[in-house]
Design a protein around this ligand. Sequence first.
Ligand SMILES: [Zn+2]
Length: 392
Amino acid sequence: MVKSSEKRQKLIAEFGRKPVFLPDATRGAVKALTFDQLESVGVQHIVSNTLHMLMSPGPDHIASMGGIHEFIGWDGLILTDSGGFQVFSLLHRGQWDGEIHDDGATFVIPEAYAKKIDHVNKRKSDTSDACSLFDGNGLTVKSPRDGRVFELTPEKVIDIQMQMDSDVMVVLDDCRKTGISRDEAEKTVERTIKWAERGKKYFDEKYGGSAETGKLLTAVVQGANYPDLRRMCATELSKMGFDGYNFGGYLLDEQGNLVVDELKTVYDATPADKFNYAMGCGKPTDIIQAIEIGYTVFDTVLPTRNARHGTLYSFDIPAEDEFKLKIKNARFKDDNAPVDSTCDCELCTRYSRAYLHQMFKVGELTALTLATLHNLRFYQRLIEDETGDYSP
Ligand SMILES: [Zn+2]
């Protein structure tokens, strides 16, 4: 195993001590930006999606290229999820074929989904790119035309993330949404605890744990919207000694409000000297609320995805409007003001709302880059402001 650079070791050591936002780099790139551009707005951490990387290019390939940092050219911190979130959501909703069992999950990635992700699939007979990690370990490989079959277990998700050389890893959990029955929630919590224990044991015994690898391992707290189950899950996981505790499942209730009480319950039940990660949180106003509770780690696709659809965040727009400005709206056609008069990014210091409006109107690719750059700068400033480091 290649030792982390000094820069990364420092980022890992300080991770979660103060609020940090990780942009989404699902497939190893933040869409529409280069890493120089990403660094220019103050980003030092990204989150990558294990399921997508598992399908293409596959952990073997990433390992053979020297690990994910070497492969993608990013010496900042990389957090990877367990790969379970999408899989379990889709299996529980019956949208994918597969089975959740006591060992994890076995599933078939539908051809349409795999194709969207994995262009290698165009070569009909090629099944080698993603699957060799599981050879002889229970993996059955079907023809890509039928969809490939994968298996995720608590041990395998550790192996995958170790092969990728992730800095902050997540153990496998049974992810459910809020609003499920108590019986289902109990089952979910039971599995989540059992799998976390297996993942931690495996990481410690096979790799020497955090002390030996210099990596952080985090667990996910489940329990849907049952505070006592959330508390019990958090308490049990805390006994195992993880480096951080993540709020799993869904962060919003059926009305779309942040589940503040559940977030507090989990925060209070986990060790004060470890960080709390609100997975997939979210809207700027939700992040502010979660920081007030004590959460310090955040990731969401919102700023990057919204940017590509012409929704920009601006401190010139009131919080009750979610700081959102829809640049494609005709009223910006003649607006010479910057998107955000307080922002120091390239878009705001150089271009007007009218120019960006026109770039979106004609489908100019630069519009996506400028909008993404700005939205990520907005999130950085939001986080920095909450730590007291930033004053507009
Ligand atoms: Zn800006």
